[in-house]
Write a protein that binds this ligand. Structure first.
Ligand SMILES: NC(=O)c1ccc[n+]([C@@H]2O[C@H](COP(=O)([O-])OP(=O)(O)OC[C@H]3O[C@@H](n4cnc5c(N)ncnc54)[C@H](OP(=O)(O)O)[C@@H]3O)[C@@H](O)[C@H]2O)c1
Length: 251
């Protein structure tokens, strides 16, 4: 987006990495601002949007990209883990959206781009909490798009499959579902190119890569078959966890 000339505002928790990204944005022709903001602090997010709006001179587009994984077999999943993944992946985007929307409505235009996941619609074994958080974001996006399109607010959602980022290798998580299912991870530049083309064409929904949409449509035709396939992945997951740690703790 910086390469396309945008003023980019980014937030995350790690200040050093934020500054690296902001510097790269400037080097690629855009301007950038970075703020350290922990998105689990939901009560701070309205103030954060106000500050960002002031410093940027307006917000044309909100990208809800930050997210965390939760790969944990249900028998070992804790309520605190569910709360955290729901907060980062669903409630934070909702709070940010509710804070930015009045500003966009007052200007008569705006765009909200939500990064969901194939897990939103393909609930794989061992990913119940993550899938539920992304499903919530997906259906929230659909309802928002329907409600806001007459008011010139564009809402978009993307459902990416496995991409080669830190998220798939995060510490403390069970092994990735993609590895169990034999799915190849998409290189990050390919995923970014697909997302940018969606930003440019303005389409509401995109699956990246597109064949996951076919898998989803097949699931709708045969839900029992899809669950039988996904359950075989859980058996393999448990085997990997047992091998890694005899007491059953996640590796
Ligand atoms: N990689 C995949 O296979 C895949 C597939 C489908 C969807 N997605 C989605 O794509 C999005 C980007 O993920 P990624 O793959 O690029 O993973 P990533 O490399 O781990 O990036 C996640 C980003 O979220 C930020 N973040 C996490 N917790 C935060 C918090 N509490 N407050 C503020 N920022 C926070 C992280 O920064 P800090 O840690 O510095 O806060 C980081 O910048 C996520 O929504 C993810 O669910 C990824």
């Amino acid at each position: 987006m910086a390469q396309a000339g945008a003023v980019v505002g980014i937030c995350a928790r790690r200040a050093d990495l934020l500054e690296d990204v902001a510097r790269a944005c400037r080097e690629h022709g855009g301007d950038a601002r970075a703020w350290v903001q922990d998105l689990t602090r939901l009560d701070e997010l309205e103030g954060f949007i106000g500050q960002a709006e002031k410093e940027l001179g307006g917000i044309d587009m909100l990208v809800n990209n930050a997210g965390i994984p939760k790969r944990r077999a249900i028998a070992r999943l804790t309520p605190a883990e569910v709360d955290l993944v729901m907060t980062v992946n669903y409630l934070a985007p909702v709070h940010l959206t509710l804070a930015v929307l009045p500003l966009m409505l007052a200007r008569g235009q705006g765009r909200i781009f939500n990064v969901a996941s194939v897990a939103s619609r393909l609930g794989g074994s061992g990913e119940s909490a993550y899938a539920a958080s992304k499903a919530a974001l997906g259906v929230w996006s659909e309802a928002l798009a329907a409600e806001l399109s007459p008011q010139r607010i564009v809402v978009q959602v993307v459902y990416p499959g496995p991409i080669d980022t830190d998220l798939v290798n995060a510490a403390g998580e069970d092994p990735p579902l993609a590895a169990r299912a034999g799915i190849i991870r998409m290189p990050l530049p390919d995923a970014v190119a697909a997302l940018m083309s969606q930003v440019e064409d303005g389409s509401f929904e995109r699956w990246v890569p597109d064949h996951f949409r076919e898998i989803y449509l097949n699931k709708v035709q045969d839900p029992e078959g899809a669950i039988a396939t996904a359950s075989t992945w859980l058996v393999e997951l448990e085997r990997q966890v047992d091998v890694a740690s005899p007491n059953g703790a996640p590796r």
